[in-house]
Design a protein around this ligand. Structure first.
Ligand SMILES: [Zn+2]
Length: 183
């Protein structure tokens, strides 16, 4: 006989249990979306601590690389990071291929994974469960507007502009770009 589990996640707003088929992960039966949501919540707590730390220690060094905020063709906003600066244009091209269209770059900020952790924590309430690092900005909630205005007010860091331009050139005509690189 196989034991079957159902997801124990309780929706905070409705009080209803998820009850989808689940696996026991870290002593709790959770479906894959809610396992990811719980992992994220734990990380978000660390992001909140990091935010406090950076507020108290504005000169503290942050991790290497870039944190990017982009609008994807599926109308979600992704907050992600690259650990080395040289990876940025390649990552944007990967997103372009994964999501099948142009990636609209709203902001690129220094501080790689530290900045990412802080933003994931701050905007956690509009993060879409089971969808990686994507955020819902279609709901007319205050926090959606806050994420977009945060991104647009910071914009693209001047030192990240060449990588962003490189992606945009590639996105305009990937074949011509590849031919030119080989020439
Ligand atoms: Zn669930």
């Amino acid at each position: 006989m196989t034991l079957t589990y159902t997801c124990a996640w309780i929706n905070r707003h409705t009080g209803e249990q998820c009850s989808k088929p689940a696996k026991v992960q870290a002593n709790l039966p959770l479906c894959s979306d809610h396992h990811q949501a719980r992992t994220y919540r734990e990380k978000a707590k660390r992001g909140a601590e990091l935010l406090r730390y950076f507020k108290e220690n504005p000169e503290a060094p942050r991790s290497a690389g870039w944190c990017y905020i982009v609008h994807l063709p599926d109308c979600t906003v992704k907050v992600g990071m690259v650990g080395t600066e040289g990876r940025l244009s390649a990552r944007l091209a990967e997103l372009h291929e994964d999501f099948g269209g142009n990636v609209d770059i709203l902001a690129v900020l220094p501080g790689g994974k530290d900045t990412e952790a802080v933003l994931h924590s701050h905007f956690g309430s509009i993060r879409i469960p089971g969808k990686g690092e994507r955020f819902d900005v279609t709901e007319p909630a205050r926090v959606s507007g806050e994420l977009l205005s945060f991104a647009l007010s910071h914009g693209i860091h001047p030192e990240a502009l060449p990588a962003v331009e490189e992606y945009r050139e590639w996105a305009d005509d990937p074949d011509a770009w590849a031919a030119r690189q080989l020439a």
